[in-house]
Write a protein of this length. Structure first.
Length: 257
């Protein structure tokens, strides 16, 4: 099987999304049924796989039953130096949860911002994955307490809008756009409630996968042991979008491409 293409990702931009699950085989079975994904092994070991859609990489799924971490989808952002980024996270009152650790040809860390939204950052080559472009497998939205305050935090951590940075930030009426070469790679929205009993409305990074038929994916999720409910629009042009919870509790969104 040929190796998947790797690139030097744009510094500060999202470069990958990963699900950390308790049971890798069960996760692959669920996402294969719901998303029509196939899976292949990686150099990171037997507890990690890459999900493919029509042969193209869309996400990573890893198993870590002893980590104590909840099952969740997490975006990773490309950085030039993972240690410096970890220091910035801590200096700004956020939580460094894991790392930095060496993984394959790169180094990674996992953190939670000041409102509790989990994100990761990665130093090294990455698989070709292009949020914001027409063929992108997913879009990323941050649901947070205050979009403009969050934009300042992430801009300081990832050097957004700092010349000669690769990412720019555009402040709109009620949200913030993070852009690379005029393509939006992430959007920050307010309205998240940190103490909400429903995890769907807590501050979190929303991974929204593009699918051919979101209603079919939602129905398949329920049939496979998950659940699904209509998703708020968050600027989507598509009218059909669903929040899906997998059997372990991992939340993600599907919307029509």
């Amino acid at each position: 099987m040929p190796a998947l293409e790797q690139i030097v990702p744009v510094t500060g931009a999202p470069c990958w999304v990963i699900l950390i699950a308790q049971d890798l085989d069960a996760a692959q079975s669920f996402y294969g049924a719901v998303m029509d994904w196939t899976f292949r092994d990686t150099t990171l070991g037997s507890n990690f796989s890459v999900a493919l859609s029509h042969g193209e990489p869309v996400a990573g799924i890893g198993a870590c039953s002893s980590s104590g971490l909840p099952t969740l989808w997490t975006p990773y952002f490309a950085v030039g130096n993972v240690d410096e980024t970890a220091d910035r996270v801590r200096e700004r009152g956020a939580t460094l949860a894991v790392g930095p650790v060496k993984l394959g040809k790169g180094r990674a860390a996992l953190a939670a911002d000041r409102d509790g939204a989990t994100f990761g950052f990665w130093e090294g080559p990455a698989l070709a994955w292009s949020p914001g472009h027409g063929s992108a497998p997913a879009r990323l939205d941050l649901q947070t307490r205050d979009a403009f305050e969050a934009a300042i935090f992430y801009a300081e951590v990832f050097d957004w809008a700092k010349p000669p940075g690769d990412c720019t930030v555009d402040y709109a009426d009620d949200h913030v756009l993070v852009q690379v070469a005029d393509h939006t790679v992430a959007t920050l929205w307010g309205g998240g409630v940190e103490t909400a009993p429903d995890p769907k409305i807590r501050p979190r990074w929303i991974v929204d996968f593009h699918v051919e038929d979101s209603k079919r994916a939602a129905a398949a999720a329920v049939a496979a042991g998950g659940d699904a409910s209509p998703a708020p629009p968050l600027g989507r042009s598509s009218k059909d979008a669903f929040i899906i919870r997998d059997p372990e509790g991992g939340l993600f969104t599907v919307s029509d491409a």
